[in-house]
Design a protein. Structure first.
Length: 70
């Protein structure tokens, strides 16, 4: 949670610096910047978490067979 808050504040600081410099419109119009910026924020669960979620899904499918996956 603290990590996301820190990244958000840093992005606001960067945006205000770009606005002050008059570069925000040029920066925001280029999709490669957003692609690079958003790719850093993709959550990457650990293999342990992934296996735990898979076990939970399989258990739910076994216990409640009529409910489709979300």
């Amino acid at each position: 949670m603290l990590y996301e808050a820190r990244r958000f504040v840093m992005s606001l600081r960067a945006r205000s610096a770009l606005e002050f410099a008059g570069q925000w419109a040029r920066f925001a119009s280029h999709p490669a910047h957003w692609q690079q910026d958003m790719s850093m924020d993709v959550p990457r669960p650990s293999p342990t978490v992934t296996a735990s979620l898979a076990r939970r899904r399989d258990r739910a499918n076994r216990d409640y067979p009529g409910i489709p996956d979300a």
